[in-house]
Design a protein around this ligand. Structure first.
Ligand SMILES: [Zn+2]
Ligand SMILES: [Zn+2]
Length: 75
C-alpha cells in the first residue's frame, strides 16, 4: 500500500511539473512541445460564450484554449 501511495504522489507531482512547464512556455509564447514561437489570439466574449485565449503552434500543431475574460469582453 505504501508503495502505491508513493507512486500516486509521484504521478501527481509529475503532472504539476508538466502543467507548470506548459504554463511558463505559454507565457513566453513558446511552444511547450517544440519551442517554436506560438501564435496567440484572444476571442472576446459574445452573448453565448465567455472570452477565451487561443495558442497555436504552426510547427507541430500544438494548440491550447483557455477561458479568459478581458476588459474588452462584453459582459
Ligand atoms: Zn476580450
Ligand atoms: Zn510546436
Amino acid at each position: 500500500m505504501g508503495f502505491l501511495a508513493a507512486a500516486a504522489v509521484v504521478v501527481v507531482l509529475a503532472g504539476w511539473a508538466r502543467g507548470d512547464a506548459e504554463a511558463r512556455a505559454l507565457e513566453r509564447l513558446r511552444c511547450p512541445t517544440c519551442a517554436a514561437p506560438l501564435e496567440t489570439r484572444h476571442e472576446h466574449a459574445v452573448a453565448s460564450m465567455s472570452g477565451r485565449q487561443v495558442w497555436a503552434c504552426a510547427s507541430c500543431g500544438f494548440g491550447k484554449v483557455a477561458p479568459l475574460t478581458c476588459a474588452g469582453c462584453a459582459t
